[in-house]
Design a protein around this ligand. Structure first.
Ligand SMILES: *Cc1c(COP(=O)(O)O)cnc(C)c1O
Length: 375
């Protein structure tokens, strides 16, 4: 049996006609930049997320960068974030001229350890950038309390967590700005790159609309140093179609997660494979189903040889990335993030994953640990 870590083929087949129709309409109309579909998905996403404004941009990385600029973060400012995330989180902070200040993660949720944030606040700190990793909300109550107390902006990296809630409220609606990615593997993905910033602040929204077109409000009259970063009309047309299915896909991800848990128990794997910890306040949308395991690399090879795709998010924490060496962090600075990098593996998960496929994955994991003598 073949079980890819991620696949869109059956989803695309199911809604192919709708997608084809939407794309064809854009081609016929011939309006490819900032047209009606971009406006529609900006509205649909903002409504769904319970925020006032959505501003479509070229990708999730630009969403983070432009959100920082729109919130006034720049040269010399410090932004507190996690070292256990995709590169773009910290990359965007550096692009904005600011300095990422890392805080270790909670080993259970893999999200920023809120109890360690205050220790890192200095008079240069201007913002916190929490990441809702794998589809689970960071602890937004304490994060917002710290931000209020120290007068910090909060820019949420919601790239992996569209539709995830905390205390019944959508992630990306807590802070000054929330950043989404529509990369194909995300909860809502387009047919290429795409992203969005959402906000309740009309001034931030206004700045973002300028920043994505080289800082101009009136064409060819530039007031800010922006970039070219727009959500394509074709991508927006795809997203408008897919948006209707998002809730169903998130529910499917949730039942797949429950199935994995049941299967681990059935196969006596609870002592060996540590499933994701879902905190009470959060609706986890399982953009990734990430477990912590012994002999991680060997397991990965074993599964690959038997047709099961897995992925490691992430093998090297950001504070140890060569490009960030000038920040002067060293191995041992964030032990939980470093440990997670060695122990986590993300199993196949996507809304159309079949039950037989899941059984095969868990069965194969059981075989591996039997061979290892752990079962
Ligand atoms: C995917 C991702 C991004 C960047 O999104 P792109 O659309 O690929 O630029 C940023 N942060 C996190 C946590 C991500 O997973």
């Amino acid at each position: 049996m073949q079980v890819p870590q991620f696949s869109l083929s059956s989803q695309n087949t199911k809604i192919k006609e709708e997608l084809d129709g939407a794309i064809e309409k854009v081609v016929q109309k011939g309006s490819f930049i900032l047209g009606e579909n971009v406006r529609k998905i900006e509205e649909d996403a903002a409504n769904y997320l319970g925020v006032k404004y959505g501003i479509g941009v070229a990708n999730g990385s630009d969403a983070l960068y432009l959100a920082l600029l729109a919130c006034g973060i720049g040269q010399g400012d410090e932004v507190i974030t996690t070292p256990f995330t995709f590169f773009a989180t910290a990359g965007s902070i550096i692009r904005a001229g600011a300095v990422p200040v890392f805080v270790d993660i909670d080993p259970g949720t893999y999200n920023i350890d809120v109890s360690q944030i205050v220790n890192k606040v200095t008079d240069k700190t201007k913002a916190i950038m929490p990441v809702h990793l794998y589809g689970q909300a960071a602890e937004m109550d304490p994060i917002m309390q710290i931000a209020d107390k120290h007068n910090l902006k909060v820019i949420e990296d919601t790239a992996q967590a569209m539709g995830s809630t905390y205390d019944g409220k959508q992630t990306c609606s807590f802070g000054d700005a929330g950043c989404l990615s529509f990369f194909p593997t995300k909860n809502l993905g387009c047919f290429g790159d795409g992203g969005m910033v959402v906000t309740n602040d009309s001034q931030v929204a206004e700045k973002l609309r300028m920043l994505r077109v080289h800082g101009a409000q009136k064409k060819y009259y530039h007031e800010m140093l922006g970039i070219n970063s727009r959500l394509d009309e074709l991508q927006a047309a795809v997203l408008v179609v897919k948006m209707k299915y998002l809730e169903g896909w998130l529910a499917a991800r949730n039942s797949l997660a429950a199935n994995y848990l049941g299967l681990f128990k059935q196969h006596g794997l609870e002592q060996v494979v540590k499933p994701p910890l879902a905190i009470n306040k959060a609706y986890h949308t399982y953009n990734q189903y990430t477990v912590r395991v012994p002999y991680r690399d060997e397991l990965q090879t074993y599964l690959k040889d038997r047709g099961v795709g897995t992925a490691v998010y992430y093998p090297l924490p950001l504070h140890l990335q060569p490009i960030f060496s000038s920040l002067n962090y060293k191995a041992g600075d964030f032990p939980e993030a470093e440990k997670a990098c060695e122990e986590v593996v993300s199993l196949p998960i996507f809304p159309e994953l079949g039950h037989e496929q899941q059984k095969y994955v868990v069965n194969t994991i059981e075989c591996f640990y039997k061979e290892k003598g752990l079962l």
